[in-house]
Write a protein that binds this ligand. Structure first.
Ligand code: ACO
Length: 351
């Protein structure tokens, strides 16, 4: 069983606002990326705060209690703690029996985590796994670099997975091309500290995101259509059997080019990047959550999910979706008034 949830920060940064920071315009950003707005995390909040919100939103749509979670995987490239932030989330949501670790694979982090989780479920090692994609790249972008600051936004999304029979994760493929790693990096800085004549150490620190936009564009639009075709071939399926293409929300032009190369109808391409920008590891659960809440994705639909980004890494997963609706009935006993009931309807996916 799967439920999906998400959380976004309150602060909006419009293209108009960005044009006051760097030499750009709403017209340029909209035409080249499709992005109109992005959300950024406030100064008093952390990545863990945002990830916990997404995790709690996801849990509220399922009947699984936090202590029943066996494993938490946090996909992030902007952890609060370089040693990993999954443990803090485990504590905050009360998942006292769960093992927890971070996965770093930039914008492919969620797809990578989904595949890792599926391996544990398929081997019956674990029953309930929570995967979270969360990134606050606003903290790692150079806000004076117009090549990158227009692209990214902060968000978190989560998915709760349970093994099912038959397995509705139908197939997957993952790839990496380390040779082109330099096209998109968040590199370490090298500050040398010389203590004695024979002891010099490198003091850790990080620079800003640096990207060769044209190369990343070429990589995404050439490799993602191929991996989608190859994944479908692997499981003897064809694209006409696919109901929705849910791609990492990097850039509208990238998404459209991938769909066009595949000959896939553009109206079956799910997208919300106009409002949020590229939210890295959070983008897939964020856009899935919205599509389910909007009743776009229906039971038995076949979805292809694909992620791509720094590494360079990319991957595709084909799933069959089962949707169900969880109705929560709350009983309110109010002083000086009649007792009352309220209903909450949460849509849930079951793989
Ligand atoms: N506003 C105005 N002009 C700009 C801006 C801007 N924000 N940014 C660049 N330009 C200028 C350039 O300086 C250049 O000017 P010049 O011709 O005088 O040199 C001109 O616009 C064209 O620049 P290009 O880089 O060729 O623009 P392009 O059409 O390639 O669009 C973009 C740039 C949007 C970054 C595109 O290359 C792209 O989408 N690349 C993929 C980026 C991406 O999705 N990255 C995230 C991957 S996921 C992850 O792992 C994090």
């Amino acid at each position: 069983m799967v439920s999906v949830g998400s959380a976004v920060p309150d602060i909006n940064v419009s293209n108009q606002q960005l044009s006051q920071l760097v030499d750009t315009s709403d017209e340029w950003i909209t035409a080249r990326t499709g992005i109109k707005n992005r959300k950024i995390l406030g100064t008093n909040q952390s990545l863990v705060d945002l990830a916990v919100k997404a995790a709690e939103n996801t849990l509220s749509k399922s009947s699984i209690k936090p202590e029943e979670i066996d494993l938490i995987i946090l996909a992030t490239s902007s952890a609060d703690d370089l040693f990993g932030s999954a443990g803090q989330i485990q504590k905050r949501i009360g998942a006292s029996n769960a093992a927890a670790f971070d996965v770093t694979a930039a914008c492919s982090g969620f797809i990578v985590s989904l595949i890792i989780a599926h391996q544990f479920l398929a081997t019956r090692t674990y029953n309930n796994i929570l995967i979270i994609g969360a990134d606050v790249l606003s903290r790692w972008v150079n806000w004076l670099d117009r090549n990158t600051c227009i692209l990214f936004g902060d968000a978190a999304g989560a998915m709760l997975l349970k093994s099912s029979s038959p397995d509705n994760l139908l197939g997957f493929k993952l790839k990496t091309n380390g040779k082109n790693n330099h096209d998109l990096v968040l590199p370490q800085t090298s500050k040398y500290k010389k203590f004695t004549s024979d002891l010099t150490i490198v003091q850790g620190g990080y620079n800003y995101i640096s990207m060769n936009g044209r190369e990343v564009y070429k990589f995404a639009t050439s490799e993602v259509p191929k991996i989608i075709q190859n994944t479908l071939e692997l499981i003897d399926m064809v694209l006409t059997q696919v109901d929705w293409l849910v791609l990492h929300q990097a850039n509208k032009r990238i998404l459209k080019t991938i769909a066009d190369k595949l000959g896939f109808p553009n109206d079956k391409l799910i997208s919300n990047l106009e409002l949020y920008g590229n939210t890295s590891a959070a983008s897939l659960p964020l856009v899935l959550d919205e599509a389910i809440q909007d009743n776009k994705i229906k039971t038995n639909d076949i979805i292809v999910l694909a992620g791509f980004g720094a590494g360079l890494t990319w991957g595709a997963v084909v799933v069959r979706v089962r949707c169900s609706t969880k109705i929560i009935i709350k009983f309110h006993s109010l002083e000086n008034s009649n007792n009352s009931y309220s209903f909450e309807v949460n849509k849930t996916m079951i793989f």
